[in-house]
Design a protein around this ligand. Structure first.
Ligand code: G3I
Length: 390
């Protein structure tokens, strides 16, 4: 009953849940006083970030820097609802060193400044990946004109320069992203080929630790949520890193979910990695479904789809809440207009994967997450670790 009342978005409805009054529409909440220059945007007691704070769980979002600072509503939601931010693109190698030897940190620095102002932590994404490399290095991540020794020197310099640039400002670094394929085999990327194996991963973690000893260092990948060849391969590999005393602190579960597949045994997978003595995090959550063709790419083809999406969002969050080592829950953006999904999954079309619609209004999925967080006050409190924190 409560869920359906919230889902239809009654503008003036309020409910008391878990000791917090939840407003049924973010726009129905009293407008916070305008933040002056340098002052943080105040955030409501029923915001996702405030509710997450009660159990020490950071609620994050990926941030699109084309919108932050220029789109007022987008900027306000980013500050009010989230206690952690991830650069969706601007910390990737392609963006920070488009021309060999010339760094451009401007957009990433802007995000870090915004996070400091709004008392948010930053997930650094990502240092070593085969995708979104600058074209002078590789146009597809698998081939290059550079020699192996040049690649080795370049990767070391990249990791060390970038981690040093942001030293003290990054809570969790995704040091290595997506090194395994769906069958659990190592991807034979330019890095794999240069090292003649996965040795580049241990090196990257060691370089990152040297450059900022306080940042938490993560391996990040998709489909780790499902027990199977990929999750098993990463699990075994992480154990070999630990046996070699490689400084890895955590594993990121991207969480790109889709209603066409069964819900994964996510909690078990979070738990088994946590049992290795690691932090875990859900780092890029979205829940896509089949949608109408362009231009209505965020309109589900089935009116029942949002119910399945609500269930997936809720179970994804509760899996994290149930595992005390799960320190952050990060949707991959919040407005359907800015999601990568409709541009990527076109045949058949998928979309509508995030918590806010194309007008930046919260969807039923938002209220389900809000309600779950309000009721989670009894969940184990987590200790996030990282710079200056226990
Ligand atoms: O920067 C160029 C711009 O100059 C150009 O005009 C424009 C025209 O297409 O493209 C811009 O680059 C785009 C880039 O995002 C920055 O906006 C690329 O085309 C586009 O492919 C790229 O997509 C990103 C994708 O990673 C690349 O693989 C998505 O925004 C981003 O959400 C997505 O994020 C990844 C995570 O990093 C890792 N896990 C999977 C996740 C989803 O793919």
């Amino acid at each position: 009953m409560l869920r359906s009342a919230l889902s239809i978005g009654l503008v003036s409805a309020t409910v008391l849940l878990g000791g917090v009054t939840l407003t049924a529409s973010a726009s129905a909440a009293p407008a916070p006083p305008a933040a002056g220059p340098g002052k943080p945007t105040p955030y409501p007691a029923d915001s996702l970030r405030a509710l997450g704070d009660r159990v020490g769980l950071r609620i994050g979002t990926a941030v699109n820097m084309d919108e932050l600072g220029t789109n007022a509503e987008y900027t306000k939601i980013t500050a009010e609802q989230f206690s952690s931010v991830t650069a969706e693109n601007v910390m990737k190698w392609q963006l920070v060193e488009p021309t060999r030897g010339t760094y451009d940190w401007a957009a990433a620095d802007e995000l870090v400044a915004f996070a400091k102002k709004n008392k948010q932590l930053v997930r650094g994404h990502t240092l070593v990946w085969h995708s979104q490399l600058p074209t002078w290095l590789s146009s597809d991540g698998y081939t290059t004109t550079l020699s192996n020794s040049e690649l080795k020197a370049l990767l070391k310099k990249h990791v060390q320069d970038q981690v040093k640039h942001f030293k003290g400002d990054i809570w969790q670094w995704d040091v290595v992203n997506e090194a395994f394929d769906d069958e659990g085999k190592p991807r034979e990327t330019v890095w794999y080929k240069a090292w003649g194996g996965l040795g580049y991963i241990a090196d990257a973690f060691r370089w990152a630790r040297e450059a900022d000893p306080k940042a938490l260092l993560f391996y990040n990948d998709y489909n780790l949520e499902f027990t199977g060849p990929k999750s098993n391969a990463v699990y075994d590999f992480v154990k070999t890193l630990q046996a070699q005393r490689v400084p890895i602190d955590g594993v990121g579960f991207q969480g790109h979910l889709a209603t066409q597949y069964g819900f994964p045994d996510l909690q078990n997978n979070l738990q088994r990695f946590a049992d290795l003595g690691l932090k875990v995090a859900e780092t890029e959550v979205d829940v896509r479904t089949f949608t109408e063709p362009a231009p209505n790419v965020n309109t589900p083809t089935s009116p029942l789809a949002p119910y399945a999406q609500e269930s997936y969002w809720s179970r994804a969050l509760k899996a994290c809440l149930a595992v005390p080592e799960c320190i952050s829950f990060t949707p991959w953006g919040f407005g359907d207009t800015y999601s990568w999904i409709p541009g990527w999954f076109t045949n058949p079309q998928e979309g509508a994967a995030l918590l806010y619609d194309a007008d930046l209004k919260p969807k039923s999925q938002y209220y389900v997450i809000q309600q779950d967080l309000a009721l989670a006050a009894g969940a184990p409190r987590r200790a996030p670790g990282g710079p200056g924190r226990p």
